[in-house]
Design a protein around this ligand. Structure first.
Ligand code: PGA
Length: 263
């Protein structure tokens, strides 16, 4: 796992955007795995800036989002479909017909989950998967206890996640109790994974996912199994790590190696 500690949330967003741009530069028809939440907003803003500056085009890309609330239609203001349109899809040149999210209003949610897995496979799998992490260590809506081999399915939200997400709704009572989410196993299928975390409320989850044991109690710890996972953190999110000096040293060496390859 590559651990990158940067000074500020702005730098985290820039680094994440740079990784997406590199991916698209090397493969213009990349399949992007996208995430919602407060943390990725800066990444989307940085990507929009680069798009407006003519540095990147999403015209040939396809995207798959991690999850959606059950019961909220794509037009609902708090649906993740609305979030993605407002914060990213409507601001860049990605064809909307190739932007996929799980369908939280499907009559047969289990069938919709299976169909979503099939769509990802048909697109050739995800090249770069963006992830945030919940304060309880969840990724997507894979709450603590989720099987590390889980696939796209229906998952109940914990009270803590509903409380964390209540800030986007008028009250906690409006936060749905169920989600349709890619599983931990589905996420691990991506060719590369990029997890971003900022702020002191993520410090405990970040330490558990990087330095703790591999456990279904911290679904994000499954990234330890992935051969190409990068975790980009600001100082606050990294503040509970015990081997931070080592990560900085490794990153310094890694950057030198990459610079020498470019020359
Ligand atoms: P946040 O959510 O970015 O809003 O903190 C992260 C997550 O729950 O994945």
């Amino acid at each position: 796992m590559r651990v990158v500690v940067l000074d500020s949330p702005q730098e985290v967003s820039c680094r994440a955007a740079e990784l997406f741009c590199q991916t698209i530069r090397s493969r213009p028809n990349s399949v992007l795995g996208l995430a919602t939440g407060g943390t990725p907003l800066g990444t989307y803003n940085a990507l929009v800036e680069r798009y407006r500056a003519g540095e990147v085009s999403f015209a040939q890309c396809t995207s798959f989002n991690l999850d959606e609330y059950v019961g909220l239609g794509a037009e609902h203001e708090q649906s993740y479909a609305s979030f993605m349109r407002k914060n990213f899809f409507d601001r860049v040149d990605i064809p909307h017909a190739r932007c996929f999210l799980p369908d939280g209003t499907a009559k047969d949610l289990q069938a919709a989950a299976l169909a979503y897995e099939a769509q990802v496979a048909e697109a050739g799998g995800i090249d770069l998967q963006l992830l945030g992490v919940g304060s309880d260590g969840h990724i997507a809506f894979n709450e603590p206890g989720s099987s590390l081999a889980s696939r796209t399915r229906i998952k109940a939200l914990t009270e803590r996640t509903r409380r964390d997400n209540a800030r986007f709704f008028s009250s906690i009572d409006e936060v749905p109790r169920l989600s349709i989410t890619m599983g931990v196993g589905s996420i691990l299928d991506a060719r590369r994974i990029l997890l971003i975390a900022t702020g002191s409320n993520k410090a405990s989850a970040v330490r558990a996912l990087i330095e703790g044991p591999l456990t279904a109690q911290v679904p994000a710890s499954a990234l330890q199994l992935h051969p190409h996972a990068t975790v980009v953190l600001d100082q606050e999110a990294a503040s509970w790590l015990t081997r931070i000096d080592y990560y900085r040293e490794v990153e310094h060496i890694q950057c030198e190696i990459e610079a020498s390859i470019k020359q």
